[in-house]
Design a protein around this ligand. Structure first.
Ligand SMILES: [Ca+2]
Ligand SMILES: [Ca+2]
Ligand SMILES: [Ca+2]
Length: 234
């Protein structure tokens, strides 16, 4: 079975490091989720940076919370953000827990990209749940964020984290029963601290990382700078 859940060779892999919290490790979490030894959490994570920005494969993608092994599980929030304006669109509230299921839609209406979300937290089946109001975004690209009560907000783009630490490890695209899906695994403490990365673990379907060419990164960082300047001077 070695490699049955291996990952596409086209994606660069890096080593991800861990501390120890005494809780079940991310490896144990992934073994339970995907099958024993399916994914090596140290060697199979994507390079940081290649998991900064994402887009839906079609218009619709989904996020399901797998595990929250965190003291802050009842207050941590999760959602997507516009990588340029950093506007946040919340998908999960703190009281959402494992099994909670969210849908993200990215569409273009009259030339304007927009995001809507819905979350199984509302009663009824997911098909009966109402979409959020649409939020305009700068491009078809989004990032993921984890919001905490006392440690601030962490972003899939490590460069936006005030502590400069990678708070989201990414595994995928998976194969077999999980073909094309990704697992994102978050550390919710500032400066990494226990570095167990199982504080918020979710499975992503039909949303894939979007590697941006260097020129686009320069342009985006320039735009972020301009937004920051205009806000400060306002
Ligand atoms: Ca990362
Ligand atoms: Ca929660
Ligand atoms: Ca942790």
């Amino acid at each position: 079975m070695l490699g049955a859940l291996g990952m596409a060779a086209a994606h660069a892999h890096a080593n991800c490091s861990f501390g120890g919290s005494g809780e079940p490790s991310l490896q144990a979490t992934m073994d339970g989720l995907l099958g024993p030894a399916s994914v090596n959490v140290v060697t199979a994570c994507l390079n940081d940076g290649s998991d900064a920005n994402w887009s839906t494969v079609g218009q619709i993608g989904t996020v399901e919370i797998s595990v929250e092994l965190a003291g802050n599980a009842a207050t941590n929030t999760f959602g997507v953000y516009d990588p340029i304006t950093r506007q946040e669109i919340r998908l999960f509230e703190g009281d959402d827990a494992a099994g909670a299921f969210g849908v993200v839609e990215i569409s273009q209406v009259n030339g304007q990209w927009r995001v809507r979300v819905k979350d199984s937290h509302q009663s009824g089946g997911i098909e009966d749940i109402k979409w959020s109001a649409a939020t305009n975004i700068s491009s078809p690209v989004i990032g993921f964020y984890l919001g905490t009560q006392s440690n601030g907000t962490f972003y899939s783009n490590t460069a936006l984290n005030t502590d400069g630490i990678d708070h989201m490890y990414t595994y995928g695209p998976l194969t077999a029963d999980f073909t094309g899906q990704y697992v994102i695994a978050w550390e919710d403490l500032r400066n990494g601290q226990d570095r167990d990365y199982q504080d918020f673990v979710a499975v992503i379907q039909d949303i894939t990382p979007v590697p941006l060419p260097a020129a686009a990164w320069l342009l985006m960082s320039g735009l972020v700078g301009l937004v920051g300047v205009s806000r400060r001077s306002a």
